[in-house]
Design a protein around this ligand. Structure first.
Ligand SMILES: [Zn+2]
Length: 231
């Protein structure tokens, strides 16, 4: 039976082949920073200049990066699949959108957006954000990247829960299965009776919960999987 509603969770593995690293990778931008300093509300309160410098560097990397064949295949799936395709991404880059995906939920926020901690106003982030810059809505010097930090609640969880409860196919792509609540999505989808597939470089922490799994670079496994779904 062909699926009608597909929910796809994507993680760092999808953007890794576009050159965007994570805290798990040794070397580069990431090795200079401690996660506690740059990805927690406490770290931001302590040293907003350092946090903005880190995200300004990540934003520059993102602008310089290009979507890869995995992003392109997922955009094609959304455009050509007769049913409903929703991407839920843990990634804060905009490579899904730049590849052509439109139905994207950024559960961990967006590098290209700014948030006012005082009034919750959101706007497009300039390439370089500065600590203490005034919010365009309320003028409070409380502007921050619109990203979800450790200790903060991911975005749109209610909508994601509804989508998982209604989907008949759930795929997790390029996720390590170590970060909750995303690591629990496969269990939610299974409870709803969905078929589940994992496409990751290596088996994830929750690999055993999936019906099927394919391991390899996302730029190879994802286009082949999409080809199969559209065939
Ligand atoms: Zn404000």
């Amino acid at each position: 039976m062909k699926p009608e509603k597909i929910v796809i969770l994507t993680g760092a593995g999808v953007s890794a082949e576009s050159g965007l690293g994570t805290f798990r990778d040794a070397g580069g931008l990431w090795s200079e920073y401690d996660l506690q300093d740059v990805a927690t509300p406490e770290g931001f309160a302590r040293d907003p200049v350092l946090v903005h410098r880190f995200y300004n560097a990540r934003r520059a990397n993102c602008i310089a990066a290009a979507p890869n064949l995995a992003h392109a295949a997922l955009a094609r799936l959304e455009q050509e699949f007769p049913g409903e395709v929703t991407l839920v991404t843990q990634n804060i880059d905009d490579l899904h959108e730049r590849a052509g995906s439109r139905n994207v939920i950024h559960m961990h926020g967006e590098l290209m957006r700014a948030l006012c901690a005082a009034c919750d106003h959101r706007w497009d982030a300039p390439p370089e954000m500065a600590a203490g810059a005034p919010c365009p809505a309320c003028q409070a010097p409380a502007t921050r990247p619109d990203v979800v930090w450790f200790g903060e609640f991911p975005y749109q969880m209610e909508r994601i829960g509804t989508l998982l409860a209604q989907c008949d196919l759930f795929a997790a792509i390029g996720t390590s299965g170590t970060v909750y609540p995303a690591a629990g999505f496969v269990a939610e989808a299974r409870m709803a009776g969905a078929a589940t597939v994992e496409l990751t470089l290596e088996p994830s922490e929750v690999s055993g919960q999936f019906d099927t799994r394919q391991h390899g670079p996302a730029t190879e496994t994802v286009p082949a999987w999409v080809e199969g779904l559209l065939a």
